[in-house]
Design a protein around this ligand. Structure first.
Ligand code: HNI
Length: 141
């Protein structure tokens, strides 16, 4: 459960991302594949230079889902239920990959927002994204 202050930080960061979802998302995926190459096995059709368009479109989809989560902080389970089905029962992505993606997300934000990305914002986002990951991995068998 996020405090009022943490919610404000999450909203503030989202305000800085909104409108640039595809680019933040594509960079997030590229960083993930570069730093943790094993994650790329889930995306055989993504990740090379020639796939920039796919990276942008998948990045856009991931970030759009994060945006939905920002709008439904009190009801993440319902808001993300179809995505939880997809990740848990169809894609079967190993849950250990989620913290890797979250870490790369922090790096992407920090590198773009620089001084605007405060320690309080980072902590609030970490809590928020961990909550999202918990929901997306709760339907694993
Ligand atoms: Ni994830 C598809 C959101 C973490 C592997 N993922 C999606 C889609 C969204 C999404 C949205 C598109 C759904 C659709 O088309 O109906 N993924 C998210 C979010 C997180 C996340 C919000 C974490 C915060 N996904 C991960 C992780 C991995 C992952 C950690 C693996 C390393 N996701 C996938 C794969 C697909 C996918 C694989 C299908 C890709 C495709 O091209 O269809």
């Amino acid at each position: 459960m996020l405090s009022a202050q943490e919610r404000a930080h999450v909203a503030q960061v989202w305000h800085l991302i909104a409108g640039h979802e595809a680019h933040f998302g594509a960079e997030l995926l590229l960083r993930l594949f570069t730093v943790y190459p094993s994650t790329k096995t889930y995306f055989p059709h993504l990740g090379t230079c020639q796939d920039q368009e796919h990276l942008l479109s998948h990045g856009q989809r991931i970030l759009a889902a994060v945006g939905v989560a920002v709008q439904h902080l009190d009801n993440l389970c319902a808001a993300l239920s179809p995505l939880a089905d997809l990740h848990g029962q169809v894609l079967r992505v190993d849950p250990s990959n989620f913290p890797l993606l979250i870490q790369c997300f922090h790096v992407v934000l920090a590198s773009h927002l620089q001084d605007e990305f405060t320690v309080e914002m980072q902590a609030a986002r970490d809590k928020f994204l961990t909550g999202v990951a918990v929901v997306l991995t709760e339907k694993y068998r």
